[in-house]
Design a protein around this ligand. Structure first.
Ligand SMILES: [Zn+2]
Ligand SMILES: [Zn+2]
Length: 771
């Protein structure tokens, strides 16, 4: 009879699959001389181990887990078991796992090891644009079904060669069970097409990349198939190329995102803090909005009248290779382009913008690119790995906030997509009935919640085109299937004319589920409240473009006292006539004129006039009053120009910002505009006036909060809404409140704009459990 030995059973819960978790445990266990096994079970990853250094394995899990894992809980149990001979990875029981336990990891930016493989001449993956491993590469965008295994991905048409197969089967290899594993011998290849879809050169990957580099250098505009869809690229330092792209896209001023060769190149264009550098290099690799350094003509072409540049670093092997000069192919280039090797400098910064027709989702196959963008791009760099689910590049920024309750390491999310979807958002304190939230009409996302998890969809876009609505339902079908969630409750906005509301009502009828509607700004604030698992009442500041109010007016500057049961609206900007409806792209000059007429009592307000307390509209009007932006060509152009002027104004500002003596006159649009125009009469420069306006709004907001706090004895403040993409406003209000010992909570896991609505809606939906 074999004697039993002391054994430790560890169960790990959370996102622990598809990211090389079991190989990590295996390698650690071998290093520590442990015996036993690791396997996936219904309840998470289970490790049973024997040996003297068992505790060290536990410590590794607690203090330095695999970088891509999200561990929500670890439990341990002491056991007496028969001794094991070795440490093994037991076969996955994936098929028996309930779907809700299985998770789909996000697409991950290329890791250091794969980058090394890619650039090492002797490596068999040298210059191979589809190199990946368990720590990096596509996931979400290629997974068709679960469990996450190669036959269920779009890589299923490629049969692994012997070398790849043996890596795949070797637990000691970092490509062990790397589902998209591939090499030049067995994996997908690049294809270069012209804008009619005709193949240009039929050749190997290196030649094609070399050719594309020259095309970019020569000012051509190229659609490039990335991880979650096509991007449109051109040389960001070639004014002619940029202006051609702007003209062809009919996009006169909207900023373009940039991809810089590396962080050194990025630093020449923008100020980059430690946190921002970390984000740029993270496995999410989002576009980070960075403060412009050199205000030269190039940066003004990329983002005119804008204090920031959206920059990302190459996150796929293909992107990396675009920036690596191909010396060995210079002879080919010489023949093709008639240039000598010395002049073969290639761009170190590219415009890299989502390839989508206006108000439509990002495109993911070259046929669509030919059909819909053939008149915009000159060439199409296509490849053979199919994109099953699309996602745009994500966008974040780091508010420069010291001591704010939001830990600095968390960025503010502007767009939630690649790198983030579809990972679950775990929320302590929630126990959700399966719930579906439809979000808002602009910057739409849906969310599916069950138990303590919420899955936020990728960025869908504005629900104003059939294509975006189809994209919504395409992703909803996938999310329901993947995560096995059948919604029992549906939540949407209050707005009677929202398309999302109509869709929710239809969904309710066809599925026979319960429908709940929730006020827009309350949903904004609830999402922050939920994220931090707050208790008791909080004061909420929701500054926004538009959202339907309970009184039929369009709200947008709401200060509320609220909790998860309800809210009390305590302050907002005085009502002004709503000009231009709920459209994102408004006409600031027109708004200005109407506001001017109201100030001068020249306008007759009838009972039919829709009124608004929108902070966004006030920013639009002020931008026009200061002559900064009269007509917008894209959403928020006017307030962005206003913030840009205010940033400039910081250099010389020395004005005392006075408030009205009567606190009842705070948030009065007429008074604010009149005071601004009086200063303008005195001949103050526009930049000073722009900054004065920001400071005035900050001061009035803080005073209002102080008054409410004194009466209600509340010290916790939630901040949300699209207007807070204005970093100056967000930073100054938060800083000032923080100085006054308030606890300020900013959204950090869902977008701060309308993209955050769906989470708040889900939270509201759970109330129905009680009734
Ligand atoms: Zn890798
Ligand atoms: Zn291979």
């Amino acid at each position: 009879v074999t004697e039993k030995v002391s054994s430790l059973k560890i169960t790990v819960y959370g996102q622990v699959q598809g990211i090389g978790f079991r190989p990590f445990i295996y390698r650690t266990a071998i290093k520590l001389g442990l015996k036993g096994y690791v396997k996936n079970t219904k309840n998470g990853v289970v490790i049973v181990c024997q040996g003297n250094r068992k505790k060290e394995l536990l410590e590794t899990l607690k203090f330095s887990p695999p970088p891509l894992s999200i561990i929500t809980k670890i439990t341990t149990k002491q056991l007496m078991l028969k001794p094991f001979n070795e440490f093994q990875i037991e076969k996955s029981e994936a098929h028996s796992l309930p779907r809700e336990v299985i998770q789909i990891p996000p697409d991950l930016s290329i890791c250091k090891d794969c980058t090394k493989d890619l650039l090492t001449k002797t490596n068999r993956r040298y210059f191979y644009p589809f190199t990946n491993c368990t720590q990096c590469g596509p996931r979400y965008s290629i997974i068709q079904d679960l469990p996450y295994d190669r036959p269920n991905t779009t890589m299923n048409i490629f049969k692994m060669c012997n070398d790849c197969q043996s890596e795949y089967e070797n637990p000691k290899n970092r490509r062990f069970h790397a589902q998209p594993n591939a090499c030049p011998k067995c994996g997908p290849k690049l294809i270069l097409l012209d804008n009619t879809g005709k193949q240009v050169i039929k050749d190997n990957n290196q030649k094609i990349i070399g050719y594309v580099q020259r095309l970019l250098k020569n000012g051509k505009i190229i659609a490039i198939k990335s991880i979650g869809g096509f991007q449109i690229a051109c040389d960001a330092k070639n004014p002619k190329a940029i202006l051609t792209l702007r003209k062809r896209k009919n996009r006169p001023k909207k900023p373009f995102a940039l991809m810089c060769k590396d962080i050194r190149v990025a630093r020449k264009l923008a100020y980059i803090s430690k946190e921002e550098a970390k984000l740029l290099k993270s496995s999410e690799a989002p576009i980070v909005l960075l403060q412009k350094k050199a205000r030269n003509f190039i940066s003004e072409y990329i983002s005119p009248q804008n204090g920031y540049l959206g920059i990302m670093l190459p996150y796929t092997p293909l992107h990396k290779l675009l920036f690596v000069p191909i010396a060995s192919y210079s002879s080919i280039n010489k023949k093709l382009f008639n240039v000598s090797r010395e002049t073969l400098k290639i761009p170190d910064t590219l415009i890299m913008t989502s390839a989508n027709p206006k108000s439509q989702p990002i495109l993911s196959n070259s046929k669509e690119v030919v059909a819909k963008l053939g008149n915009i791009v000159d060439y199409i760099l296509d490849h053979e790995r199919e994109i099953y689910s699309r996602c745009d590049d994500s966008i974040v920024f780091v508010p420069k906030l010291r001591g704010i309750h939001t830990p600095n390491k968390y960025p503010v999310i502007v767009r939630y997509s690649r790198g983030y979807v579809p990972r679950p958002i775990y929320l302590a304190g929630l126990d959700l009935v399966p719930t579906l939230a439809f979000g808002g009409d602009l910057k739409n996302y849906f969310a599916l919640g069950v138990k303590d998890r919420v899955y936020l969809s990728p960025y869908i876009g504005d629900l104003i085109s059939n294509e975006n609505v189809s994209f919504f339902f395409e992703m909803l079908e996938k999310y329901e299937r993947w995560f096995n969630i059948k919604p029992e409750i549906v939540v949407c906005d209050l707005h009677p004319n929202y398309i999302s509301v109509r869709l929710a009502e239809e969904f309710q009828k066809s599925r026979q589920v319960k429908l709940i509607k929730v006020q827009h700004h309350y949903a904004h604030l609830l999402s922050v409240y939920t994220e931090y698992n707050l208790k008791d009442s909080a004061i909420g500041i929701a500054f926004d473009g538009t959202g339907y109010g309970e009184d039929g007016a369009i709200w947008g500057s709401e200060i509320m006292v609220f909790d998860d049961h309800g809210y009390e609206r305590l302050a907002h900007l005085t009502y002004m006539p709503l000009v231009g409806g709920d459209n994102a792209v408004t006409n600031p000059e027109f708004i200005k004129n109407v506001y001017w007429d109201v100030i001068n009592n020249r306008i007759k307000l009838t009972s039919g006039t829709v009124m608004t307390s929108s902070m966004g509209r006030l920013f639009d009007a002020v931008s026009a009053f200061l002559g900064l932006c009269k007509t917008q060509t894209f959403e928020a152009e006017a307030p962005i120009a206003l913030e840009n002027a205010a940033l400039e104004g910081m250099k010389t500002f020395s004005l005392a910002v006075k408030l009205p003596e009567d606190p009842n006159s705070y948030f009065d649009c007429k008074t604010i505009i009149k005071d601004l125009l009086a200063l303008k009469e005195n001949g103050l420069p526009t930049t000073t006036l722009a900054l004065w306006f920001h400071k005035r709004i900050v001061k009035e907001t803080v005073e209002i909060i102080k008054n409410i706090s004194a009466k209600k004895r509340i010290k916790q403040i939630c901040v949300a809404g699209g207007v807070f993409q204005n970093r100056m406003l967000l930073t100054e209000i938060s800083k000032e409140l923080n100085r006054l010992k308030f606890k300020v909570y900013l959204p950090r896991i869902v977008p701060i704009n309308d993209g955050g609505l769906a989470l708040g809606q889900i939270t509201f939906g759970r109330k129905t459990k009680k009734y």
